[in-house]
Design a binder for this molecule. Structure first.
Ligand SMILES: COc1ccc(C[C@H]2SC(=O)NC2=O)c(OC)c1
Ligand SMILES: [Zn+2]
Length: 261
């Protein structure tokens, strides 16, 4: 019943009216990860991350989240290992968050919700010639999800937070150079992985998800800076950018694998 009400609410939500475009979806995201149902896979390798801070280009407000874009014309910022057959190039990262600390993440772990979730989006340059192509390819994309929890100040994130006032409105863009997103990774190597989809239209089922088990800590002021962004363009009636997460989707015939016992 819960999932059907989610899907009803999901389909009615203004952002996902186009949900019908994948109404036959069998591998939609996000999901609630039931820890005990995840299956340890000894063949899963450690995830290898090599990001070159010089590939960072700019930060912008796309009307749904704020996004940091990277130069993906070379293999300078890549991930490999883990469940992956080859390397994937970093294209962008963005966040999802709530109006208050009680919710905000897209994925959940045993129904535990976090105040925010980071998504690092990568594409497969071996099977696709561009990010745009990879979106339509089965397993063309890899998104690493990192939970954010309320706690200590995150010094690495602060550089990003300090740039947010410059991208307050939809379509605002500001140069953002030399940022290493590795600083947003928890040191714990453990992750879950499953086959899923984009969590915004076109909702295509082209994503290998890698969800880190351990959250990173950020402080209240940093979360509140996220919540001062706007969905709306300059001159429009202001709508605060909050609750930009998709409701849970049914697991259907999928198994979540874990890299740890
Ligand atoms: C047209 O192609 C798109 C559109 C949207 C997103 C972003 C979505 S997907 C995710 O994980 N979170 C989000 O907000 C995307 O990302 C790969 C690719
Ligand atoms: Zn996302």
């Amino acid at each position: 019943a819960a999932c059907s009400s989610y899907r009803l609410r999901d389909a009615l939500h203004p952002l996902w009216q186009s949900e019908l475009s994948v109404s036959g979806g069998t591998r939609q995201s996000p999901i609630n990860i039931h820890w005990r149902d995840s299956v340890y896979d000894p063949h899963l390798k450690p995830l290898k991350i090599h990001y070159d801070p010089a590939t960072c280009l700019y930060i912008w407000n796309n009307g749904y989240s704020f996004q940091v874009e990277f130069d993906d014309t070379t293999d300078k910022s890549v991930i490999m290992g883990g469940p992956l057959e080859n390397h994937y190039r970093l294209k962008q990262f963005h966040f999802h968050w709530g109006a208050i600390n009680e919710w905000g993440s897209e994925h959940m772990v045993d129904s535990k919700v976090y105040p925010a979730e980071l998504h690092l989006v990568h594409w497969n340059p071996v099977t696709s010639t561009s990010f745009e192509d990879a979106i339509m390819e089965n397993n063309g994309l890899v998104v690493i999800g990192v939970f954010l929890k309320l706690g200590a100040h995150h010094a690495g994130l602060q550089k990003l937070v300090d740039a947010l006032p410059a991208v307050k409105h939809k379509d605002a863009i500001v140069e953002f150079d030399v940022f290493d997103p590795s600083c947003l990774m928890p040191s714990c190597p453990d992750y879950w992985t499953y086959d899923g989809s984009l969590t915004t239209p076109p909702l295509t089922e082209s994503v290998t998800w890698i969800i880190k088990k351990t959250p990173i800590e950020v402080d209240q002021n940093q979360l509140e800076e996220f919540r001062m962004l706007l969905f709306t363009s300059a001159g429009e009636e202001e709508k605060r950018m909050v609750d930009n997460f998709r409701p849970l989707q049914p697991l259907m015939n999928r198994t979540v694998r874990s890299s740890f016992r």
